[in-house]
Structures are given as structure tokens and as C-alpha cells.
Write a protein that binds this ligand. Structure first.
Ligand code: ADP
Ligand code: MG
Length: 238
């Protein structure tokens, strides 16, 4: 679907230097997890990838296309937030179709894609319901469905499990990874949870105070942490 190349991103909010020269490479088809403690800049990095914030300097390329200054709608990216951001007055079907309608997708094509996504996610029986009549896990699946119907090149997840209870979290985590594999997608997933990172990722990027301290396959980083921070954050053996 898409590769991601981030080079030397810096982002300040007033006096706060939130991202300090961040570089990230995600190969086509890979599942990358940005992991680090609260406040280290994970969401900011994701929002920069989505085009919801502008970098002070540095570049972002998708499939070698420089998108650093492109509007979100021109980036071909789908983002799944922790608060599901569903439209409460629309049914599940309408929530799934909404973005495609905005893009003037032909109605028959919209119907086909909604059908495909709802089959993948088991949303068929819920299509005429409103979000308030869904469980947290079901809402999360609708949010993923909206990303799927877009046929986006890149999926961005910002702590998508944090509103779910523990039992559901494990289930949805598995679902997200399965979906990624099935779609052949490229995904960038943000979490503060080490276990989530270790179980989901092809590659992890450990972020601390706006700096990528180490990246690589999760077991490798866990076994050979390069900094004290990485070791204690991942709970590596001493
Ligand atoms: P994380 O997602 O890792 O918890 P964030 O990227 O949300 O971290 O935030 C990193 C830092 O940037 C925090 O100190 C936060 O307060 C600050 N920050 C994030 N967004 C803004 C903003 N719009 N204005 C000012 N400060 C912000
Ligand atoms: Mg965050």
C-alpha cells in the first residue's frame, strides 16, 4: 500500500519542543508501533503524519511522494482515534458511507464498499443502528470500517483500545492486526502500553521526550536495549 519516510521532524508548541528531530521509516505493508510514556509526543507525530498539524521543519514522504505541506484530504490516510468520533445522529451504515459521499463516490460503489467493510468487521446486523446503541468494541469496529471503506494507503491508530475494558482490548488488538494483514495495509499505531507494542508490531519505535531512542523488531529492542530508558520502559532483563 504505502511506505512512510519521516526525516528530521521538529515541532514546537510555544516554548515546548515536542518533537526533536524525529525520523521514522515504515516499509510498505509493515505494522509500526510508536510506543512511549504519556506526553512524549506520540499523538503529535501521528497528527503530523495525518496533516492535522504542520511541522516546523523536516519532511514526510508517502511512497516517496513528499506530502509535508499537503492538506489531510490529499494524503490518502485514514486515522482511527481513541474517541471513535462517530456521528451520533447517523446510523452505522451512514457513518461508513459519510466520507465517500463527501468525495462524490458513486452510490453503487459506496454500497459495495460498505458491504465489504461490514462483512470484514461483522457489522452487518448493526448497520441500521445509531452509535449510542453500540458497545465500545462495536463502535471501535465502525471507526475501523470508516478507514477501510476509504481504501486508504495508510492507517493511523491513536491508542484505539484505551476506552475498552481489558477483556475486549485483547480481542480488538487481535482483530486490528488481522485486518492489517488481510488488507495488506501499512499501519502506524500509537500506544503507551508495552505489551500492545510487543504483540502487534513488526517494528517498534520507542519515543522519549520527543526523540526516537531506539527502533527495530520488538524482540530485538527488548533483548538489546541501547539506553537505560528503553531498558526500564520495556522491562528488559538486566
Ligand atoms: P502523547 O500522545 O505521547 O501523550 P502528545 O503528542 O499528545 O503526547 O503531547 C506531547 C506534548 O505536547 C505534551 O507536553 C502536550 O502537552 C504538548 N501538546 C500537544 N498538543 C499541543 C497543542 N495543541 N498545544 C500545546 N501543547 C501541545
Ligand atoms: Mg496521545
Amino acid at each position: 500500500m504505502a511506505s512512510v519516510k519521516v526525516r528530521g521532524l521538529n515541532k514546537r508548541f510555544g516554548q515546548t519542543h515536542v518533537l526533536r528531530g524525529v525520523s521514522v521509516d515504515v516499509p510498505d505493508g509493515s505494522f509500526a508501533v510508536l510506543v512511549g510514556p504519556s506526553g512524549c509526543g506520540k499523538s503529535t507525530l501521528l497528527r503530523l503524519l495525518a496533516g492535522l498539524e504542520e511541522a516546523d521543519d523536516g519532511t514526510i514522504a508517502l511512497d516517496d511522494r513528499d506530502v509535508t505541506r499537503l492538506e489531510p484530504r490529499d494524503r490518502d490516510i485514514a486515522m482511527v482515534f481513541q474517541s471513535y468520533a462517530l456521528y451520533p445522529h447517523l446510523t452505522v451504515r451512514e457513518n461508513l458511507a459519510f466520507g465517500l459521499k463527501l468525495r462524490k463516490t458513486p452510490p453503487a460503489e459506496i454500497e459495495a464498499r460498505v458491504k465489504e467493510a461490514s462483512e470484514m468487521l461483522g457489522l452487518g446486523p448493526l448497520l441500521e443502528r445509531h452509535p449510542r446503541a453500540l458497545s465500545g468494541g462495536q463502535r471501535q469496529r465502525v471507526a475501523m470500517g470508516r478507514a477501510i471503506v476509504r481504501r486508504a494507503q495508510l492507517f493511523l491508530f491513536d491508542e484505539p483500545l484505551s476506552n475498552l475494558d481489558a477483556a475486549l482490548r485483547a480481542q480488538v488488538r487481535v482483530d486490528i492486526r488481522k485486518l492489517h494483514d488481510r488488507l495488506g495495509a501499512t499501519s502506524v499505531y500509537v500506544t503507551h502500553d508495552q505489551v500492545e507494542a510487543m504483540t502487534l508490531a513488526d517494528e517498534i519505535f520507542v519515543l522519549n521526550k520527543g526523540v526516537v531512542e531506539q527502533s527495530g523488531p520488538p524482540l530485538e529492542v527488548f533483548a538489546r536495549p541501547r539506553t537505560q530508558f528503553v531498558a526500564s520502559f520495556l522491562g528488559s532483563p538486566a
